[in-house]
Design a binder for this molecule. Structure first.
Ligand SMILES: Nc1nc2c(ncn2[C@@H]2O[C@H](COP(=O)(O)OP(=O)(O)O)[C@@H](O)[C@H]2O)c(=O)[nH]1
Ligand SMILES: [Mg+2]
Length: 206
């Protein structure tokens, strides 16, 4: 189980497979670089970035799914930790952001589905809904995608959200974390803060 969670009333969590750009996005959201000195994709403990004065924090949870050099049972243990963390802190979590690699997400989802497995991202989406957290899907690496609208429609379809994706702009946020183009996600976060009557926190997502 993860330890050392700062005691904060309001939290935004980032979840997603390894290498989708969570740490890069975290850097854009907080201005702090968490990747220094660490190999990408090997974070096994959450990275918290918090403001004690506001009782607010962003949390980058460890990656799930395939990671080279990590055994299957270890991956399962990380996933269990993530699920328990979100369940245990659901009251504080005002937004759960599932980060996906827009270029490969559909292919990976379909590969798992063909094998009769529930794809990790779909499972996480449904899990967040179950614990009362409306998921936001941040579709990252849009710089690598030519047919963005089609991709976003395909992602919506896999999530059970009826296309076109523009109907779901409160839940689907195309971003390019590497270039700092994250406004669609910030807009989603502003919505969630407002819904939770926390307009005082809007300054963190402008
Ligand atoms: N092309 C592209 N690459 C990105 C983007 N965001 C992150 N990356 C790259 O994806 C790789 C994994 O990023 P990282 O933030 O470590 O992913 P994490 O494992 O989910 O934390 C790195 O090489 C990043 O530079 C993006 O918007 N576009
Ligand atoms: Mg990372």
């Amino acid at each position: 189980m993860f330890e050392d969670r700062p005691d904060r009333d309001v939290e935004v969590v980032l979840v997603g497979r390894s290498n989708v750009g969570k740490s890069t996005l975290m850097r854009e959201l907080t201005g702090h670089d968490f990747s220094t000195g660490k190999k990408p994709g090997v974070t096994r403990q959450p990275n918290h970035f918090d403001w004690a004065s506001e009782s607010f924090m962003f949390t980058d949870l460890p990656g799930f799914g395939f990671m080279s050099g990590v055994e299957a049972d270890q991956r399962e243990a990380i996933k269990t930790d993530i699920v328990r963390y979100i369940e245990g802190n659901a009251d504080a979590i005002v937004a759960g952001v599932i980060v996906v690699d827009g270029k490969s997400a559909v292919e990976i989802i379909d590969r798992h589905t063909k094998r009769g497995e529930i794809p990790h991202d779909i499972e996480m989406f449904e899990f967040l809904v179950d614990v009362g957290i409306d998921p936001i899907v941040a579709v990252n690496k849009t710089d690598k995608i030519d047919d963005l609208d089609e991709r976003l429609d395909a992602i919506c379809e896999r999530l059970g959200l009826y296309p076109p994706w523009q109907q779901w702009s409160e839940s689907i946020a195309p971003i390019c974390a590497k270039r700092g183009e994250i406004e669609p996600l910030l807009a989603c976060l502003r919505d969630r803060f407002h819904e939770h009557n926390r307009d005082d926190l809007l300054k963190f997502v402008t």
